[in-house]
Write a protein that binds this ligand. Sequence first.
Ligand SMILES: Nc1ncnc2c1ncn2[C@@H]1O[C@H](COP(=O)(O)OP(=O)(O)OP(=O)(O)O)[C@@H](O)[C@H]1O
Length: 279
Amino acid sequence: MIRINICKKLNLADGVSQLVVDAELSLQKITALYGPSGAGKTSLLKIIAGLMQPEDGFIEVNGEVWLDTSRGINLPPQKRNIGFVFQDYALFPNMTVRQNLLYASRKNIDEQLIEHLLKLTGLVAFVNHKPATLSGGQKQRAALARALVRKPALLLMDEPLSALDNETRLLLQQELLQLHSEYKFSALLVSHDVAEVYHLADYMLSIDKGKILKTGKPAEVFGLIESEDQIRLFGQVVSVDGDWMTVIVDQRLFRLKCVTGLKVGDRVSLGFGDAGKIL
Ligand SMILES: Nc1ncnc2c1ncn2[C@@H]1O[C@H](COP(=O)(O)OP(=O)(O)OP(=O)(O)O)[C@@H](O)[C@H]1O
């Protein structure tokens, strides 16, 4: 559980000058922070990580107070048991993959965990490679493994997949879900991609101009349309669940009967009912 109540002056768009967040999140799963550019998503992650200081604030994670400006409490980032994954990987360039993981482990090296994470992220063959010789997807897998090696109370991910091509991105989404089902870490994911939020997150905060606009399950916040209207549209499958699938069309989500063989990432054309005559 994370309790957060902060107020921070920022140079936000449209002359709005404050990021104000008051939220209580049960972080058993992946929670998304969704919103347009400049909304304040990264700033919120930085405040939680202790990399940015709010004027007023209180942050408590799993019963431990990380910040309480009224009592002068402000844990430095290294004492906040967090993992951070950025869009640009931020691996140490002069260290191999294994050395990056060992360095992140500090004194608590758990060889079994390191081996398991390397296996899950498909990096066993690359343990002695330096970041410059890895692909974007491999670098981000290494960054994820490095963040998880410390068994963080909270994993903060800032657009971790947005620098990747669509195919690699979908693969890493699947791997992230697999890592999550195995390690059950709490995670906050910043994304402005509806499909990604729907695929990865169980809960979301929609944020704009420094304020939380809506909270809930992605289907509730985005508005899931169950339709039999007479329309033909083009979209992309974002989840398959037995006989049902969810398809994103023009930033809206449709839950529909699944056509055999379709999988996440497939592009589809949708037709509903009979065509009507255009007068
Ligand atoms: N240290 C700071 N002091 C004052 N304003 C800042 C500071 N850091 C960022 N800002 C401003 O806060 C606003 C929100 O930035 P932030 O990076 O949090 O947005 P974001 O929602 O993550 O956007 P994006 O999706 O483009 O990364 C921006 O307008 C930025 O100029």
